[in-house]
Design a protein around this ligand. Structure first.
Ligand SMILES: NC(=O)c1ccc[n+]([C@@H]2O[C@H](COP(=O)([O-])OP(=O)(O)OC[C@H]3O[C@@H](n4cnc5c(N)ncnc54)[C@H](OP(=O)(O)O)[C@@H]3O)[C@@H](O)[C@H]2O)c1
Length: 247
């Protein structure tokens, strides 16, 4: 029987891109985000192009009750959820101490607390099934403290990576797998308008590489592997002044 992947933040960027990649591989899709019209268009595209089953639901991940309701409803619709990708996120951060606490607070809320809600809802379902693959989308900005607009964002992504590792530790003797993904720069709506980004790849390339890595169910993966795997290791030990150049 075809496996089912749930993806949050599937209305654009790598969420939509990964939905396309997994549909092409024959997976059924549970897709959610706030922009339901976009999800409905994607559903029609995937069903007609790949003949898979796609269900789209509205979800604001900062509405924590709704996270649990929507995940449970998807589980009821499909019978089993084989993989949940915690992908919804925003990149709206501002420099610290310049009067933008509200923007930074909401970045951390969407990227970290909402990710916790999604992990709770997913793992509850996986525990009941005694199976499942939890995938958390962190970022290369989680490697070290980042300057400028990336400070709160990077902290939220470091939080998400620590959360995923903790869940992996908790579930280590169970059949439930946990993967942390550290994407490098992928050109999507999140960085729309930004000047050239270091080592950036386009949405299609990024999504293809992400889906291929996720299917291997690794503990963690840097995507694209080159140059981000060696850079990630270097970032952990280089002086902050040099790491700053990647921000
Ligand atoms: N692109 C990169 O270079 C890069 C690098 C590292 C990590 N990432 C991470 O990858 C993930 C996807 O980002 P992207 O690059 O694909 O950007 P994107 O095109 O802006 O996509 C973000 C997705 O998150 C959803 N989202 C945002 N706030 C939400 C909320 N409150 N409730 C539900 N959904 C919400 C958006 O859907 P709606 O607006 O329709 O709700 C959208 O589908 C993010 O977690 C991001 O931090 C991206």
């Amino acid at each position: 029987m075809a496996k089912t992947v749930l993806i949050t933040g599937a209305s654009s960027g790598i969420g939509a891109g990964m939905a396309r990649e997994f549909a092409q591989k024959g997976y059924n899709l549970a897709i959610c985000a706030r922009r339901i019209e976009r999800l409905e268009t994607l559903k029609q595209e995937l069903e007609s192009q790949y003949g898979v089953k796609v269900i789209a639901k509205t979800l604001d991940v900062t509405n924590y009750e709704q996270v649990f309701e929507v995940f449970r409803a998807f589980k009821n619709d499909f019978g089993t959820l084989d993989r949940v990708i915690v992908n919804a996120g925003v990149g709206e951060g501002r420099r610290i101490g310049k009067g933008n606490f509200e923007i930074n607070r909401s970045t951390v809320e969407t990227n970290f607390i909402s990710a916790l809600a999604q992990c709770e809802a997913a793992v509850e379902i996986f525990r009941a099934q005694n199976s499942g693959h939890l995938v958390v989308i962190s970022s290369m900005s989680a490697m070290r403290g980042m300057p400028k607009h990336l400070t709160a964002y990077g902290a939220s992504k470091a939080g998400v990576a620590a959360l995923a590792e903790g869940i992996r530790a908790e579930l280590i003797d169970t059949p439930i797998k946990v993967t942390t993904i550290f994407p490098g720069y992928i050109r999507t709506e999140i960085n729309e308008g930004a000047k050239k980004l270091p080592f950036e790849v386009d949405e299609k390339t990024g999504s293809r590489l992400l889906a291929a890595e996720i299917d291997k169910e690794p503990v963690k993966a840097y995507v694209p592997k080159w140059p981000w795997l060696p850079l990630g290791l270097a970032m952990k030990v280089l002086p902050l002044r040099i790491v700053n150049k990647l921000g």
